[in-house]
Design a protein around this ligand. Structure first.
Ligand SMILES: [Zn+2]
Length: 113
């Protein structure tokens, strides 16, 4: 009545040559680098220019970057953009402040005399 009569022997995988890998290299976008949150919502992502850099347009003031990184855009929203909503500006200011704190903690060398 049971269909579990076929023995599944795990050692059978040892017979596979080493160059046969059970994992495929082609994965979906899972585990890829996370898309920065600036794209789509706050900026329009254009052509990829290089690794991490894209043509970009600010959704608020239409400022255009020929080679913009998410960091550039975050800085723009936090400091430069004149049309960004206050809460968005504040959001990116907070993000920059968090990053700046990490940097200052790593650079506590100004106490020397
Ligand atoms: Zn802008």
């Amino acid at each position: 009545m049971s269909i579990m009569s076929a023995e599944e022997n795990p050692t059978e995988f040892n017979f596979l040559p080493n160059n046969i890998r059970p994992q495929k290299k082609k994965a979906k976008n899972f585990g890829g680098r996370p898309k920065s949150l600036v794209w789509g919502t706050h900026a329009i992502q254009g052509e990829k220019v290089s690794e991490g850099h894209y043509e970009a347009t600010c959704s608020y003031c239409n400022n255009f970057w020929h080679k913009g990184s998410p960091q550039d855009l975050e800085g723009h929203f936090a400091n430069d953009c004149l049309k960004v909503p206050m809460e968005v500006k504040q959001f990116f200011l907070n993000r920059l402040a968090e990053k700046a704190e990490v940097i200052t903690n790593n650079q506590q060398t100004s106490h020397k005399k």
